[in-house]
Each structure stands twice: as C-alpha cells, then as structure tokens.
Design a protein around this ligand. Structure first.
Ligand SMILES: CC(C)(COP(=O)(O)OP(=O)(O)OC[C@H]1O[C@@H](n2cnc3c(N)ncnc32)[C@H](O)[C@@H]1OP(=O)(O)O)[C@@H](O)C(=O)NCCC(=O)NCCS
Length: 196
C-alpha cells in the first residue's frame, strides 16, 4: 500500500528542475558551477582547446534550473571536424562537454535529463554524431562507446578508453580518422579600441 501511495505522490509531485536554453544571464552562474564541480584544472583539458574562443553549436547550450530559476546543471555541444572518412571527406560532428550538475543535486536524474535533451536537440538539428571525453561507465547508458573513435585523436593528451562517440545517424563515423579540430563560430572579443 505504501508503495502505491508513493507512486501516486511521485506522479502528482511538481518537477524539481527544468531543462532550458542557456542565456547570457546564465554565464556567471554556469562558470561558478563548473569551477565548483570540476575544479580549477578544468581549463587545462584537451577538450578545452577545442572550446576556447568558440561559441557552442546553435541551440546546443542547455542548463538545468531549480524551481527558483537558478542554474544547477549545464551541458554544451561544440561544432568539430572529426577527421576525414575513407573518401577523404571531412566528417562534421559535435563535441559534448562539460556536463556538470551541482553536487547538492546529484543523483536526481538531472545529468541524464540534460544529456537526453541535448542529444534529441542535436538529432533534430541534423547532426550525425557526438563525441566526448568522459567516464565510460556513465556515458555508456546513453549509447557512447570508444569503438567509433579508434582512429581519431584529440589535440593533446587524452585517455583512449574515455574518448567516446555516439552516432545519431548510423554509420556517420565509419572510417573517420585523424585529429579533432574546432569548426564552430568564433567568439568575437569586444574591441579594445575606443571610439573616436
Ligand atoms: C556525472 C554527473 C553529470 C551526473 O549527474 P547526475 O545528475 O548526478 O546524474 P543522474 O542523476 O542522471 O544519474 C545518476 C547515476 O549516474 C551514476 N554516475 C554518476 N557519475 C558517474 C560516473 N562518473 N561514472 C559512472 N556512473 C556515474 C550514479 O551512480 C547514478 O547511478 P544510478 O542511476 O544507477 O543510481 C554529475 O555527477 C557531475 O557533475 N559530476 C562531476 C562532473 C563530471 O564528472 N562530469 C562528467 C565528465 S566525465
């Protein structure tokens, strides 16, 4: 009986978070969250070389918000070229990361909700594959495996068993070989020159 009551309560309970598009007002909260969750060394990762100076792929910067609207989770995806295929054509893809959830909210399904929303949006926008560097035991549940990145390399040190990919279009990464490079829009820096 208690189990039935709990199931009924859960069904009618208000959701404790929502997934939303990131906006300019979220940037400080997102960066603070990433520093707290991932530590200051996060900017030294090879993935960061691909993100630095770039804007995330269109429509693929998402946040999780609590009921008050505060940012409690973040995920972004970035346009990349994942080497070339057997025909010598550039393989366009996305690099996912960082994915992070506020420590106070871990284990509530927020990371999974961010991942699923991001992957659905990427697929809807016609992208063929998503790559990332991360913990395989976590990302395998979303369909990420190291098999499709066997002939690809990151531009810097990386652990091969953490270099994972998911095809949104079957066969998209077939034969893909070479180095991952950034191909997204560049972040425009505000001009340092004063107006005359
Ligand atoms: C990894 C992270 C995003 C997960 O977010 P979350 O909201 O807690 O995740 P969910 O609630 O959707 O999923 C929780 C499940 O993932 C598992 N999990 C979390 N981190 C994991 C990891 N690194 N490896 C394997 N499993 C992991 C939990 O044990 C739990 O398992 P269960 O469903 O069997 O109980 C979050 O813990 C985080 O921000 N970690 C620090 C940053 C990080 O490691 N980012 C990923 C880069 S590898």
């Amino acid at each position: 009986m208690a189990a039935v009551l709990n199931a009924v309560r859960a069904f009618f309970a208000q959701p404790t978070f929502k997934i939303d598009a990131e906006n300019a007002a979220d940037v400080v909260a997102r960066e603070t969250l990433l520093d707290r969750v991932m530590g200051a060394d996060r900017t030294k990762k090879s993935s960061e070389k691909i993100r630095r100076g770039r804007i995330p792929a269109e429509g693929l910067a998402l946040v999780a918000r609590d009921r008050k609207g505060h940012v409690i989770g973040t995920v972004r995806l970035w346009n990349i070229e994942a080497g070339v295929n057997a025909e010598g054509h550039i393989v366009d893809a996305l690099l996912l990361g960082p994915l992070a959830v506020d420590c106070a909210h871990e284990g509530k399904g927020i990371g999974s909700a961010l991942m699923r929303a991001a992957l659905m949006e990427a697929k809807n926008r016609g992208h063929g594959a998503v790559l990332l560097v991360g913990d395989a035991p976590y990302y395998e549940r979303f369909g990420f495996f190291a098999t499709k990145t066997a002939h690809l390399v990151m531009p810097g040190p990386f652990a091969r068993d953490r270099f994972l990919a998911l095809e949104l279009v079957p066969g998209w990464l077939d034969g893909a070989a070479g180095m991952i490079t950034a191909s997204g829009r560049r972040l425009t820096q505000p001009s340092m020159r004063k107006a005359a």
